[in-house]
Design a protein around this ligand. Structure first.
Ligand SMILES: [Zn+2]
Length: 323
């Protein structure tokens, strides 16, 4: 009798262990990369990244919904920088009440049915500089554009700088990414990558916070890595994570989580997700790490341009593989 009970308990314990391991695998998708491969041909200029972040975060303030004239100035800066290397660049403009708002779009490679979209919002919350949020993402986009223009691609890659991501327009149909996502129904989006704050890293113990406290047992509490966020059953996030860990000096972790986990859908990818396009978000985890989030202290000198350049390098490797 006793041994039967012991056997049943052992079985339950074993099953629980398997369930826990499966859950950890589903969320974290652990991988084991032992050495970093050199991809020296991918020359990403960290100084250029810094210059873009400084200009975007200092010259066009406030760049929010109530100041469309400053959004226009930021959009022209982005457009002219894309155009330096790629003439196929244009504004996607739309009207809200009396004002015009614009996404900046730059196309690379041939006009194929299947496309890959990489996007980042260029507006900033309130009157704050928004260096990490999200001049960093836009700088990454511009540097990607420069490098993509030198490549022979077999598939269309679309870089989009979005307007109107920040509250109170967030989660509304005014978002530039809502407008763009709904304008490409004639295309098949292979993957949408949202760059949402990619510049803040900290070596301090405890600098990384989490939306759900159990996650601190799965991820480092030192905020010195980039996070790639994906849908529960998708492998896109872990694939980019592996590329970052394989080809760069930056550490990456991925998380696959449903949209009710706070933060998981807090950027432009949400509008592609809603239309069932495959999407991921690349982020330094925003307010879960950066104490300057949505404040006047979110300035260009608080960011790490070496890590940002490493991330852009890994994005280029990924885009080359996908196209
Ligand atoms: Zn943002």
């Amino acid at each position: 009798m006793k041994s039967k009970l012991f056997k049943s308990l052992a079985r339950i314990f074993f099953l629980l262990c398997i369930c826990n391991l499966a859950l950890v695998y589903l969320i974290k998708r652990p991988s084991f990369i032992l050495s970093v491969e050199d991809e020296s041909s991918e020359y990403v200029n960290s100084r250029t990244l810094q210059d873009h972040v400084k200009i975007l975060s200092e010259n066009f303030l406030p760049r929010n919904f109530h100041h469309p004239e400053n959004l226009d100035l930021a959009a022209s800066y982005i457009q002219s920088n894309f155009e330096k290397y790629n003439p196929d660049t244009y504004l996607q403009s739309y009207q809200i009440s009396e004002s015009t708002f614009s996404n900046v779009i730059s196309n690379y490679g041939p006009d194929t049915k299947e496309i890959i979209v990489v996007g980042a919002h260029y507006d900033a919350f309130s009157s704050h500089p928004g260096a990490d949020d999200n001049a960093s993402g836009v700088a990454g986009l511009l540097e990607l554009g420069r490098l993509l223009s030198t490549l022979r691609l077999s598939k269309r890659i679309v870089l989009v700088a979005y307007t109107c991501e920040e509250p109170p327009q967030f989660a509304s149909e005014i978002m530039g990414s809502f407008v763009h996502a709904n304008s490409v129904s004639n295309k098949n989006i292979r993957l949408m990558i949202s760059l949402e704050m990619i510049g803040y890293f900290s070596e301090e113990q405890g600098s990384q916070n989490f939306p759900v406290s159990i996650l601190k047992y799965l991820y480092p509490e030192q905020g010195n890595y980039i996070a790639v966020v994906g849908e529960v059953l998708s492998f896109e996030a872990s694939s980019l994570k592996n590329t970052i860990n394989r080809y760069t000096a930056l550490d990456a972790y991925s998380i696959n989580a449903p949209s009710f986990v706070p933060g998981v859908d807090f950027s432009d990818h949400r509008n592609y997700w809603a239309l069932n396009y495959p999407e991921i978000m690349v982020t330094d985890t925003a307010f879960f790490r950066n104490p300057n989030y949505h404040s006047p202290q979110d300035t260009f000198d608080t960011l790490d341009y070496f890590f940002m350049a490493e991330l852009v390098k890994s994005l280029l490797v990924t885009l080359k593989k996908l196209s």
